[in-house]
Design a protein around this ligand. Structure first.
Ligand code: GDP
Length: 290
């Protein structure tokens, strides 16, 4: 794992932990947002402990960018592990209603008790997730307005605020940064490829070459179709494959060399915006929970 990835993460974790602890008393449950393309890598490893027994709905966000077959497998796995899990596209709002219905299902006993006491107040959910996973976008989608600041820059800190999301739900938009886990190299690579880690931290050429290798292994047909790569190209090692993409697209500097920075920027942008196709980088593990 390159040390510079670790250094990027600001020292907010202790503060986040404290604010989360303080706020748990005022919420009914937790909405844990993961990136559907990398569900395990985008999960904060401390979330279980930090939740202190609060019920959680796991939200696989950016499902519009992920492979639907893989997303189904991830949902199944998460449910087998005892979580309520929902796939969502926060940009369009697809899947949003299911979050509320799963939350109501999880909290049905409490809702029932409240009803018996003649109390009707909205469910209160704390929204947590690593930077750039789509927390603000989801909150704004629920609120029907710009209530939370959506940032395309990872690691931007926000203030804690309550956001009303219709009659039945209130969301607590948490400040601070929840770290992803850094257990292995693949996790760091996944975070870099999806853009959860700033491109200035790892060389984007390095990340783009990793992406070429991953696409070749996991989605060769989509990759070949997008960049008009031949069967021979698909035999190449990742770096050579990256150069082949550059040549195909005409990203050349004088002298005919591939303009690697330009090629990397385009490849990463096209992957992250879904132009190559719906791609999940991380397979469901065979063993127990994520
Ligand atoms: P936060 O740091 O967790 O609050 O993440 P943001 O809400 O700021 O989102 C980070 C980036 O991901 C923004 O560019 C969003 O437009 C984008 N984004 C968020 N949710 C989705 C989604 O479901 N699908 C797609 N395609 N993009 C999303």
């Amino acid at each position: 794992m390159p040390g510079n990835i670790i250094q990027w993460f600001p020292g907010h974790m202790a503060q986040t932990r404290r604010v989360m602890k303080e706020s748990l008393g005022s919420v009914d449950l937790i909405f844990e947002i993961l990136d559907a393309r990398i569900p395990a890598s985008s999960r904060n490893p401390e979330i279980e402990a930090l939740s202190e027994g609060k019920k959680r709905v796991v939200i696989l966000n950016k499902a519009d960018l992920a492979d639907p077959t893989e997303t189904e497998k991830w949902l199944k796995k998460l449910r087998e592990d005892g979580c309520e899990a929902v796939a969502v596209d926060s940009k369009s709002g697809k899947g949003k209603e299911e979050i509320l219905s799963r939350a109501k299902q999880l909290m049905r006993e409490k809702l029932e008790r409240n009803r018996e006491k003649g109390m009707s107040r909205p469910l209160r959910a704390m929204v947590v997730g690593i930077p750039n996973v789509g927390k603000s976008t989801l909150i704004n989608r629920f609120a029907g307005r710009v209530a939370a600041k959506a940032e395309n820059r990872p690691g931007v800190t926000r203030n804690k605020q309550w956001v009303r999301a219709g009659k039945e739900l209130e969301l607590l938009d948490m400040p601070g940064v929840l770290w992803p886990k850094f257990e292995d190299v693949a996790t760091g690579e996944n975070l870099a490829m999806t853009g959860a880690i700033k491109d200035t931290i790892l060389q984007s050429e390095e990340v783009a070459v990793l992406l070429c290798g991953r696409l070749k292994d996991r989605y060769p047909a989509l990759f070949a179709a997008r960049y008009k790569l031949s069967d021979e190209h698909m035999e190449l090692e990742p770096y050579e494959l990256f150069l082949a993409v550059g040549k195909k697209r005409g990203f050349l500097v004088s002298g005919g060399e591939v303009a690697e920075d330009r090629c990397a920027a385009v490849l990463l942008e096209e992957f992250r915006s879904g132009l190559i196709g719906r791609i999940t980088l991380e397979e469901v593990p065979c063993g127990p929970s994520v």
